[in-house]
Design a protein around this ligand. Structure first.
Ligand SMILES: [Zn+2]
Length: 254
């Protein structure tokens, strides 16, 4: 007997929101494929039609995230439709950044290995590469022990999320001592772009330091390269490149 075809899933959201969620799946896969995130780490977007909500996958390695894994949260990081699935314990990172920064539309939290040495040695991570002006002139370091003493270093409640968001302040990037980093930007493509080049810049800075004194981008160069990095054509070109490397052949919004 012919197998009955499963009914098509009825979209719960508008076309605009569904398109944004499809891109969020791509962003998960890109960040995994480029080794920004591994089994851990995550990426979210603010709800395109409701500033008091955001979307983030259920607790799953980003490499495997699919549309059906994406959940909706309020800014206190409560799920809108709890369905018993396990959630990322560090979702307050996202909720509190969206709460404190109305301009932020996408957030990535990651544990990229090249960032860790800078977080445990007092920082000093600065852009030295023209595609990394977007990380900002200085990358602050948040040390969870300053507000919370000895912990397992995870950001698991809203007080911790608030503390981290205060340290991020108006920046796009912030290191988390002994843990990783957070990237917060105006849209999904740029959060992917900044997260990747933050990681690349850290690796290059370590390499360059071993060779001698590093000449970083000047403050004016940071401003000019930021503008270049965030041009639509730069963002689209990079997005298509990374999306195709991650196995997406179609549905790339370029
Ligand atoms: Zn983490």
């Amino acid at each position: 007997m012919a197998k009955k075809k499963a009914p098509a899933r009825k979209p719960a959201f508008s076309k605009t929101v569904e398109a944004a969620l499809a891109d969020l799946v791509i962003a998960n896969r890109i960040l995994a494929n480029e080794n920004v995130i591994d089994a851990f780490g995550h990426v979210s977007i603010r709800h395109p039609e409701r500033a008091d909500r955001y979307f983030l996958a259920r607790s799953r390695s980003p490499e495997f995230v699919e549309r059906g894994d994406i959940l909706e949260f309020d800014l206190d990081s409560n799920p809108i439709s709890p369905d018993g699935r396990t959630m990322y314990s560090e979702r307050p990172i996202h909720g509190r950044l969206y709460k404190q920064r109305p301009d932020v539309k996408a957030v990535c939290h990651n544990h990229a290995h090249s960032l860790i040495p800078f977080g445990v040695t007092g920082g000093g991570l600065k852009p030295l590469l023209h595609v990394a002006g977007c990380i900002g002139a200085e990358v602050p370091v948040w040390d969870i022990s300053e507000d919370f003493g000895d912990t397992d270093l995870l950001v698991t409640n809203n007080d911790m999320g608030d503390s981290l968001a205060r340290k991020v302040s108006r920046n796009r990037t912030c290191l988390m001592r002994g843990h990783g980093a957070v990237v917060a930007t105006h849209d999904l493509k740029s959060v992917v772009f900044v997260a990747i080049y933050l990681m690349v810049n850290a690796a290059l800075q370590k390499e360059a330091r071993a060779l001698g004194t590093v000449k970083f981008l000047s403050p004016a160069e940071v401003k000019l390269t930021e503008q270049m990095n965030f041009k639509e054509r730069s963002q689209n070109r990079a997005w298509e490149y990374w999306a195709r490397r991650a196995g997406f052949k179609t549905a790339i919004n370029v």
